[in-house]
Design a protein around this ligand. Structure first.
Ligand SMILES: [Zn+2]
Length: 299
């Protein structure tokens, strides 16, 4: 998979062997632009979702390859919330509750007009067999990266720091969307992590200004001498399908499928991640009915 890293969107996992720090670097500019196009996002909604996609890929990069990770933000500001679903292989999708936000503050209050005064941030980890482990913090800093760092301080036992950056390029607000995660490994040098974390936002800004071509170059600019462990593309990917919609309708049971047929003739479901409209036609519903178990009986 190494051939794509360095050319565009990607995620690279590495370590700083002497300090025993784990590093993940993501560039997901194209994924953020895809999200903007699919959801017709105005600039602040697009930037916050772009940051969310980057954060999701970084956090998922810490899990095993098959695992999925969800990042959920709920807030009382006009954005209202965002949701990101990412896999350990760099596949990511997401949405915001309000695509039309274009209110921005300055400095530490840059995202506060969009996020408002209160809310929470949750991380949901797939621990297999449909079970999720959820951990949440109240929003206190009103910036996705800062509140994520607050999450790591309060909810996670492992010293971790995340920096996220969306850099405009001329007329393009999503010129580059990138993120960096630093995490102490067992017996890692937490003091060095804190020292690097203090200047990481500024270092990321400087490195992106030099127009690196991908995650690998960004890693080398930020952490010369880091030992690369793995890299993969980071790409927008939705896992929805018509079959999944049919499976969901079928699981409602015979009476409900019959009711949909009688009352609507067909069923249309729009995917909230990619906005694809999946239609279960009359013929699909009749076939489901032929296969459906009787309602109310456990299978
Ligand atoms: Zn979809």
């Amino acid at each position: 998979m190494d051939q794509t890293a360095g050319d565009g969107d990607g995620v690279v996992r590495a370590m700083l062997p002497e300090a025993r720090l784990r590093v993940a670097v993501v560039v997901c500019t194209e994924a953020a632009r895809t999200a903007r196009r699919l959801h017709q996002l105005r600039p602040v909604s697009a930037s916050l979702l772009g940051q969310g996609l980057a954060a999701g890929v970084l956090l998922a990069a810490l899990t095993k390859d098959e695992s999925r990770l969800n990042l959920q933000l709920e807030c009382d500001g006009p954005l209202r919330g965002l949701f990101v679903d990412a896999s350990g292989r760099g596949e990511v999708r997401g949405y915001v509750k309000n695509p039309d936000v274009d209110l921005e503050g300055t400095g530490a209050f840059r995202w506060r007009p969009a996020l408002g005064n209160s809310g929470f941030l949750s991380v949901l980890k797939d621990i297999g067999q449909g079970e999720y482990y959820r951990s949440s913090v109240q929003l206190t800093l009103h910036s996705l990266a800062a509140d994520l760092n607050h999450y790591f301080e309060t909810s996670d036992q492992v010293a971790t720091h995340v920096s996220l950056e969306v850099r405009a390029d001329g007329e393009e607000p999503l010129g580059a969307v990138a993120g960096v995660l630093l995490q102490a490994m067992p017996e890692g040098d937490v003091a060095e992590l804190r020292q690097r974390a203090a200047s990481l936002d500024a270092a990321l800004t400087r490195a992106l200004a030099a127009h690196p071509r991908g995650a690998r170059e960004l890693l080398e600019a930020l952490f010369p001498g880091a030992e690369v462990l793995a890299s993969s593309p980071a790409a927008w990917r939705c896992t929805c399908s018509k079959q999944r919609v049919l499976d969901a309708i079928g699981s409602l049971g015979r009476a409900e499928v019959q009711a949909i047929l009688d009352e609507q003739g067909q069923a249309a479901v729009e995917c909230q991640f990619c906005r694809t409209r999946h239609v279960a036609t009359r013929a699909d519903l009749e076939q489901l009915l032929a296969q459906a178990r009787p309602s109310g009986r456990a299978n």
